[in-house]
Design a protein around this ligand. Structure first.
Ligand code: NAP
Length: 312
């Protein structure tokens, strides 16, 4: 006989990966999940509610949660019976691109407050109950940028690297409590994320940045980034599907990349622990051999190297 449904709390469900994941879990044909889909601004719940359809109010409830606020976390958890979360998905996140010299420390701190401390805040809140019950699964939407740095994404990548170090460390202790951690590492995903970044960039002037760096950012990085999203980007549904598989697994892995096309790049780092290979190839493709970059992206876009989602 099937057991009681597992309570899954997901942050950042107003759009993108969080929205798709919440709906997929809520519509699980075996009704294995009771989903608490959260967002910081309930004024944005329309798209989620429409996508949830008949699951709304049955296997899916919508709740307010700002991951940057202790008070909001306490309030959200108190709305869950016994405050017992079986699966926590730390999905809420913000991006930041641009030349470092033109970004304020406050802007950078906001990225860490959301991407890193937001996840830490939620984990601190759910851990006591998970430890008491000796069961739980914490999923973290990290990024391939949690594994390798990308030009002009220094602060965003640093926030994801921080998540990787934090959760890899925590995973060792938590195994003793039968609590699993999974860092999900998508490559580029076609959500509002990129649009929000491009809008932020179009408004920013990056004061204090020298002309060469600004030119590299606008004339080399931005077109290459757009092309990478276009050619190797996944759909949020694909990433959500990979997370559903991880949540349903009896022994979830610590790391799961979702985009087989992108693993070619992350493999460079593993191939040369000195780091020279990755930095030189990334530099060469962007600054010296742009036609080779174009060819590589065409090759990846044609689907020759493999499947989009890993595993299928
Ligand atoms: N898209 C990509 O290329 C990509 C690649 C790798 C990893 N990721 C990661 O995937 C996750 C989801 O991003 P996405 O692509 O689905 O982008 P998205 O559509 O922009 O979703 C981000 C979500 O995070 C929410 N959020 C931001 N700050 C929050 C806060 N303080 N409290 C609660 N929620 C907050 C946003 O809410 P609002 O609507 O209120 O802003 C939104 O619901 C992020 O962690 C991102 O870093 C994305």
């Amino acid at each position: 006989m099937a057991g009681a449904p597992r309570t899954v709390l997901i942050s950042g469900c107003s759009s993108g990966i969080g929205l798709e994941l919440a709906v997929r879990l809520a519509l699980d044909p075996r009704q294995r999940y009771q989903v608490v889909a959260t967002m910081r601004d309930l004024g944005k719940k329309g798209a989620l509610e429409a996508a949830a359809g008949e699951a709304l109010g049955k296997t899916l409830t919508v709740a307010q949660l700002d991951v940057c606020s202790d008070e909001s976390v306490v309030q959200c958890l108190s709305s869950i019976q016994g405050e017992e979360v079986d699966v926590l998905v730390n999905n809420a996140g913000v991006g930041l691109v641009g030349p470092l010299e033109g970004l304020s420390i406050a802007t950078m701190q906001n990225v860490f407050d959301t991407n890193f401390f937001g996840a830490v805040r939620l984990v601190k809140a759910v851990l006591p109950s998970m430890k008491r019950r000796r069961q739980g699964h914490i999923v973290v939407v990290s990024s391939v940028m949690g594994l390798q740095g990308v030009m002009f994404n220094e602060v965003y990548a640093a926030s994801k690297f921080a998540l990787e170090g934090f959760f890899e460390s925590l995973a060792i202790q938590l195994l003793q409590f039968n609590i699993f951690i999974t860092l999900v590492e998508p490559g580029p995903v076609a959500t509002d994320f990129e649009g929000k970044l491009l809008e932020q960039v179009s408004r920013a002037e990056f004061p204090g940045t020298d002309a060469d760096t600004l030119c590299y950012f606008r004339d080399i990085y931005l077109p290459a980034s757009r092309e990478i999203f276009r050619s190797v980007g996944q759909r949020p549904q694909d990433v959500a599907q990979a997370i559903v598989k991880v949540i349903g697994s009896a022994r979830p892995p610590l790391r799961r990349q979702t985009n087989a096309r992108y693993t070619l790049l992350t493999a460079l780092k593993a191939a040369d622990p000195s780091g020279r290979l990755y930095v030189r190839i990334a530099h060469g493709l962007l600054f010296r051999w742009p036609r080779l970059l174009d060819l590589c992206l065409r090759f990846l876009a044609c689907g020759c190297p493999g499947t989009r989602v890993w595993p299928r």
